[in-house]
Design a protein around this ligand. Structure first.
Ligand code: TRP
Length: 326
C-alpha cells in the first residue's frame, strides 16, 4: 500500500500565494500519487487564543473554498474536521502520559511560538499541541507529512513520542513519520521586508479579484534606488522578481530580464505588467475552480471526508486500546 500522507492547516482566514507556493501547489501533485488526508485543525486554533472560536466556522468554509480553488479534488483528498474526530483527543490523552513537560518546553518551535503568541504565558492547550499533532498523524497511520520548516521539530518530537509508545507497550504499531519539505522557499510579502503573512497585511490572496491584484502588484516594493528606467536596478530583494522566480515558467526569459534590469533600461512598470500577466491567469483559474461550489457543497465534501476519517479512527483507536490494555 502506498504510504499515507497527512497534512493540516489551522482555519485562520483566507489563504494567500505564499501558502500556494509553499505547500498547496505541492499537495495538488501529491494527491495524484498517494492517499492523502487534509486536516482542518480547528481545535488547534484555540490553543493560541480561545476568543478566536467565533471565527473558526467561517474560516473553515473559506479554507475549503481555497482548497477547491487550487485544485484539490474531493475524490482524491479526505478532508477531515479535527473537532469532529473524538478519537484524536483520546489518543492525545494516552500520549500525554509518556511525555514530560520539559520535553515539550525544549522544542524550538514551542519556544518561538510561545513568545510570539502567548507572551510566554502558554495555556495547557498550547503546550499540548505537539502531542495533539502527533495524534493527528498517528491515528490515521500517516507516515509522510508535508509541513513548513518551522514544524519539523514538532515531527521530530512526534517520532520520539511514537518510538517511546512502541517501546512502553512492546509493539511496532506506530511507524516513523517523515516530513516532506517544499522546495519553494517562502514568498516575500508586498513590502519586501518580511515573508508573506496575513497578520502583516502584505499578502495577495488566492481569491483576490483582478483589480485588487493589479493594485497590489503596483504597490510591490522593487528597488528604492531604481529611480529612472535607465538606472541599473537590483534584482535581489526586489519583490517583483521574487514573484517571477516563483511563478513565471519561462526561466530563460526571466534570466534575460534580470540581466536587462541590472544593466538598466528595464522599467518597473514593465516587470510589474509581466507579473500581472503571469499571476492573473493563475488567480483566474483559482476563481473558476471554486465557482461552482456552493457553501453547502463545501460542507458536504468536508462532512463526507470526516465520516470516512471517523470510521478509520474508530477502528484504529480500538486497536490502540487493545495494545495499551492487553
Ligand atoms: N500545526 C499545523 C500548522 O499550524 C497544522 C496541523 C495540525 C498539522 N495538525 C497537523 C500539520 C498534522 C501537519 C500534520 O500549520
Amino acid at each position: 500500500m502506498a504510504p499515507i500522507i497527512l497534512t493540516g492547516d489551522r482555519p485562520t482566514g483566507a489563504l494567500h500565494l505564499g501558502h500556494y507556493a509553499g505547500s498547496l501547489a505541492q499537495r495538488v501533485i501529491l494527491q495524484e500519487q498517494h492517499p492523502i488526508f487534509v486536516l482542518i485543525a480547528d481545535t488547534q486554533v484555540l490553543n493560541n487564543d480561545v476568543t478566536k472560536a467565533q471565527h473558526v466556522k467561517a474560516h473553515t468554509l473559506a479554507l475549503m473554498r481555497d482548497y477547491m480553488a487550487v485544485g484539490l479534488k474531493p475524490e482524491k483528498v479526505t478532508f477531515v474536521l479535527q473537532s469532529a474526530v473524538s478519537e484524536l483527543f483520546e489518543l492525545s490523552s494516552y500520549f500525554a502520559n509518556i511525555v514530560s513537560l520539559a520535553q515539550i518546553q525544549r522544542i524550538p518551535t514551542i519556544k518561538k511560538e510561545n513568545s510570539l503568541y502567548n507572551q510566554g504565558q502558554a495555556n495547557m492547550g498550547f503546550l499540548n499541541y505537539p502531542i495533539a499533532q502527533s495524534a493527528d498523524i498517528a491515528l490515521f497511520g500517516a507516515t509522510l507529512v508535508p509541513v513548513g520548516e518551522d514544524q519539523v521539530p514538532i515531527l521530530e518530537f512526534g517520532n520520539d513520542l511514537l518510538a517511546r509508545f512502541n517501546h512502553h507497550f512492546s509493539t511496532s504499531y506506530f511507524e516513523r513519520i517523515t516530513p516532506i519539505l517544499s522546495s519553494t522557499p517562502r514568498l516575500m510579502g508586498l513590502d519586501g521586508k518580511q515573508k508573506m503573512s496575513k497578520s502583516l497585511n502584505n499578502a495577495i490572496y488566492l481569491r483576490d479579484d483582478e483589480k485588487t491584484l493589479k493594485k497590489k502588484i503596483n504597490l510591490m516594493y522593487t528597488d528604492s534606488n531604481h529611480l529612472n528606467i535607465s538606472d541599473p536596478g537590483c534584482v535581489e530583494g526586489n519583490v517583483v522578481f521574487d514573484f517571477l522566480e516563483a511563478f513565471y515558467e519561462d526561466k530563460k526569459h526571466l534570466e534575460e530580464l534580470k540581466k536587462h534590469y541590472r544593466q538598466g533600461g528595464l522599467g518597473d512598470g514593465q516587470t510589474k505588467s509581466l507579473l500581472f500577466n503571469v499571476l492573473n491567469p493563475l488567480l483566474n483559474k483559482f476563481r473558476e475552480n471554486c465557482l461552482s461550489y456552493t457553501d453547502s457543497d463545501l460542507y458536504d465534501i468536508l462532512h463526507t471526508g470526516t465520516q470516512q476519517a471517523q470510521k478509520l479512527a474508530k477502528q484504529r483507536m480500538q486497536e490502540i486500546r487493545d495494545i495499551i490494555f492487553k
